[in-house]
Structures are given as C-alpha cells and as structure tokens.
Design a protein around this ligand. Structure first.
Ligand SMILES: [Mn+2]
Length: 308
C-alpha cells in the first residue's frame, strides 16, 4: 500500500519539520501508513534539535513519485513548496498562516487556525484522540512551540500553545535552559553563515503582480551584528532583489533577548513601503520597532497595502 507523504516547505524550519515528523507518527498510529519527508535542508534550529536528541531526520526527498497522497504541515501557499509537489495530490493541510492559498489545494481537508505554531495543532490531534506520543515527537513539537512563539514572548501566542506545551513537557520535558541554548545555536552568523542564512531564511511572495521577499532572522545580539555587518546585510538584500527580480526586499531581524524588530531594506523603494506599512522611520537604513512583529503579520500588512 502506498504511504502518505507528510511534508512542508522546502528547507523547512523547526515548526515545519517537527510537525511533519509528529503528524506522520500520528497517521501511522491511527492506521494510515505515512512517512515524513522534506525537500532541501532543515533549518539550523531544526538540525540543532534533531541532533541534540538524536531524532531521526525526515526522509530526504528529490521527487514525490512514490507518493499519491500528500499532507502539508506548516505550509499552505504554493510559493515555498518544492516544484515536485502537485497541489492535486495534497489531501490535507494543517497550518497557522492567515495569508494562505488553501483554495488552490482543492482536494485537501484544511485546518488553518491562527495559533502560535503548526506544532500546536498537530499535538492537539494526539490529545483529542488520546493517541500516545513518542518522547521524540513531544520534544520536537515542544521545541517548535518555543521557536515559533519566541519562547512565549512573541506577538502570536495563544492559550492553546501554552496548554499544549505543558502537556508535551509532561510526556518528555526539555532540559532546563533549552530555549536559550537553541536560540544561541541559531545566532552564530559568523563569516559566510550570514549570507547562507539570509538565503535560506527567506520567504518569497507575490501580491498584485509584485514579487517580494522577506528574510527573517531570529537571533541573540542583533545590535552587535548590525554594528559590525549592517552595510553587508543591505548589500546582500540588494543582490537577492536583483537576482530574483523582486519589486521589494526586506529583512526582519528579531532580537531574542530584547524582543524588538530591526528592519533593513534593499533600497529606497523598499524602505518607503515598509515605512508606510509598519509605521516606522528608517534612519541610516535602519528602522527599529519595539512592539514585536513576526513575518506572518508583516506579510499580511504588505498584502493589504499592495492589493489595495
Ligand atoms: Mn510555523
């Protein structure tokens, strides 16, 4: 019998990776053979968690030829999905983004709820059906909730995220200080790593025929990075904008200790759009916002402005 593929965006973050792994486990335990697989490389943060707890990586995919049925976790737009994924083959979507294209996956049973993490929705499936969860799945999902909610300091945290996190911790508690360690692990952007991470932590979208890309880095020590390499970051944004023929290109740097945003843009046009949409002012190519915003929220504000 053909297995169901559970997957997410190419180069998935921790939420996508953990959700795919855990939901494949859920399907297997409820009598529907499934396998978790991803295109590209899991994010630095996802690798950190999987390595730390010796959790088996999702299958590395180069094609979907072996699968007739696909489930998407933490993903519901065409952009960002690997080109091998046929929207018609998607039978289910579990996601938490307001700006989505769920209607383009017309065979899919869709659950989109605006909680902090897709991992929360996947964990709830286990709890609702009283299916036992492996220790590894509990750790991965708990790590994903920490990551997506910025350890519960972020702008999108619901009571459901908190309650799921408590229950996951009862199954398999994460080590003390795990959040800090995981955050530090993804804050090393020395040398070439800065360029590589800006490339991999980029989301491309298109509104009213205009292509945009937003890079998001969540790190400890944003101000130090900007003081040393702010100019270089703008140059990288310019390069990405030219290569991908974008109308606008930005970076949102979230400091994981100060919990504020640092925005930079590829050029004046991009700065102007951001100033208008986010009510910030750029000074020497940098704008700071103290009320934290995540990329998902920024995307929804830009969509509103461009489709006006
Ligand atoms: Mn997510």
């Amino acid at each position: 019998m053909n297995k169901i593929l559970v997957t997410c965006y190419a180069d998935p973050d921790l939420d996508g990776t953990a959700s795919a792994l855990a939901y494949a486990e859920f399907l297997n335990k409820t009598g529907r053979p499934a396998v978790a697989g991803v295109f590209g490389e899991p994010s630095v943060e996802a690798e950190y968690l999987l390595d730390r707890f010796k959790i088996k990586y999702p299958l590395k995919l180069s094609t979907t030829a072996d699968f007739e049925q696909i489930v998407l976790t933490d993903a519901s737009t065409l952009s960002g999905l690997d080109g091998n994924i046929d929207p018609k083959a998607v039978i289910e979507i579990i996601d938490h983004r307001k700006v989505n294209e769920a209607e383009k996956f017309f065979k899919a049973k869709v659950q989109i709820e605006l909680v902090g993490a897709a991992a929360t929705l996947v964990a709830e499936r286990f709890f609702e059906k009283q299916i036992s969860m492996s220790s590894n799945a509990a750790k991965a999902l708990a790590g994903a909730v920490i990551s997506n909610t910025l350890n519960f300091h972020g702008p999108v945290v619901s009571d459901r995220d908190r309650s799921v996190f408590d229950r996951l911790n009862q199954i398999s508690a994460l080590p003390e200080n795990f959040a800090q360690e995981m955050f530090l692990a993804k804050s090393d952007l020395s040398g070439k790593k800065l360029f590589e991470r800006m490339r991999s932590d980029l989301a491309g979208l298109e509104f009213a025929g205009q292509k945009i890309a937003i890079v998001q880095l969540e790190i400890v020590g944003a101000e130090g990075l900007l003081a040393g390499r702010g100019g270089e970051i703008v140059e990288i944004l310019k390069k990405i904008k030219n290569e991908q023929e974008l109308a606008f290109c930005f970076i949102n740097i979230i400091d994981l200790e100060k919990f504020q945003n640092y925005f930079l843009a590829a050029d004046d046009e991009s700065e102007k759009l951001f100033e208008k949409v986010l009510c910030v002012v750029f000074k020497n190519h940098l704008a700071i916002r103290k009320e934290l915003l995540m990329r998902k929220q920024i995307v929804s504000l830009i969509k509103k402005e461009l489709e006006r």
